[in-house]
Write a protein that binds this ligand. Structure first.
Ligand code: NAD
Length: 245
């Protein structure tokens, strides 16, 4: 579905991001993954190599627009273009407001929101020149109703939806589509490590009766990145088994 397409993904070293890399490789895209550290990027690249998939990886500081500009320029020099950007890196929170330092709130907003702004800003000039592109953001089901603690996380994901909807309108004249996927609880390392007695009550709240797999989310990215979604932009696609609360 993605033959000849070049995709860059942040937070591509594990969880939802790593599975998205696999699905995009299976669909013949060229993939460049970003992670936060040299070691985790190298580890992901060698894991994928063992599975028969060749990918490149970088670990730019998503705070530094200059650094992002350089790495994006390097990628465009090597591959000739960037067709798809997936802004997936993110961190969560679960403390009550009185236990949360303002620095912690700022840290979440910085990675979950500002980094999307920075990364998109670095890539958009090339997409505009190409007169096509797809930007996909990872939101969350908590962007719909919030959550009862860790306010920074849902606040950041509401902002992700705002960025997605607004940029879809700003960039549509350049044939750049901007959408988000809003996963429910997804079995990444963190969730997989939870004890059965914590998982069971969670499953009971999900109408489809199971926790999401990273591949469920990766497949939604695949659809939105592909030409099957050529008339879809500004959409927040829930992939949560109808658990939206
Ligand atoms: P994860 O913790 O397994 O992976 C997070 C990724 O983000 C890693 O690749 C890591 O390298 C990257 N990252 C973390 N801090 C970074 C930093 N400072 N700079 C650059 N990169 C950094 O998480 P996941 O569960 O796969 O989550 C991926 C996305 O999905 C996040 O945006 C998260 O909010 C969202 N999400 C996850 C779930 C879930 O249940 N797992 C549910 C809804 C939304």
């Amino acid at each position: 579905m993605l033959e000849g397409k070049v995709m860059v993904i942040t937070g591509g070293t594990r969880g939802i991001g790593l599975e998205t890399v696999r699905v995009f490789k299976e669909n013949k895209a060229e993939v460049i993954l970003f992670g936060s550290k040299k070691e985790t990027v190298e580890e992901a690249i060698s894991k994928l190599k063992e599975e028969g998939m060749e990918v490149k990886g970088y670990y730019p500081n998503l705070d530094h627009i200059e650094e992002l500009n350089k790495v994006v320029e390097k990628i465009v020099k090597e591959y000739g273009k960037i067709d798809i950007l997936i802004n997936n890196a993110g961190i969560s929170a679960n403390k009550k407001i009185e236990d949360t330092a303002s620095e912690e709130f700022a840290k979440i907003m910085n990675l979950n929101v500002n980094a999307i702004f920075n990364m998109t800003k670095a890539v958009v000039p090339y997409m505009k020149e190409q007169h096509h592109g797809v930007v996909l953001n990872t939101s969350s089901m908590v962007s719909i109703y919030g959550q009862p603690s860790g306010v920074g996380y849902p606040a950041s994901k509401f902002a992700v939806n705002g960025l997605t909807k607004s940029l879809s309108r700003e960039l549509a004249p350049f044939q750049i589509r901007v959408n988000a996927v809003a996963p429910g609880i997804t079995k990444t390392d963190m969730v997989a490590a939870l004890p059965e007695e914590m998982i069971e009550p969670l499953i009971k709240t999900i109408p489809l009766g199971r926790i999401g797999e990273p591949r469920d989310i990766a497949n939604a990215f695949l659809f939105l990145a592909s030409d099957l979604a050529s008339y879809i932009t500004g959409e927040i696609l829930s992939v949560d088994g109808a658990a939206r609360s």
